[in-house]
Design a protein. Structure first.
Length: 101
């Protein structure tokens, strides 16, 4: 419940804890439960696609921020003249998720 409340009120969340403390289990169970609620709500609506459901579908895109540099993660201007913006992993993933149906 704490994770759901945090997800509802914040743009980003971080789960921290010891190895094998249940961090991955916590967020995957929450995602599965929310997707099940979305599916049940859709079935109650007769399977008809509705513009707005009370419970949105959850799509997970996991990445390891330690595997790339800060500039690769967030994006940065390169050393060319004039400077060119290079997209980062986060902005690329967010653009793909926003444009997805």
């Amino acid at each position: 419940m704490q994770l759901k409340e945090c997800k509802d009120t914040r743009h980003g969340n971080m789960l921290i804890g010891s190895t094998m403390s249940g961090k991955t289990t916590c967020w995957t169970l929450l995602a599965d439960a929310l997707n099940r609620l979305h599916k049940e709500e859709k079935e109650e609506n007769g399977g008809v696609e509705k513009a707005k459901y009370d419970q949105k579908k959850v799509i997970v895109e996991a990445l390891n921020p330690k595997s790339v540099t800060t500039d690769e993660l967030y994006g940065a201007f390169d050393d060319q003249t004039p400077a060119q913006w290079r997209e980062g992993v986060l902005s690329t993933v967010l653009k793909q998720m926003v444009s997805a149906e």
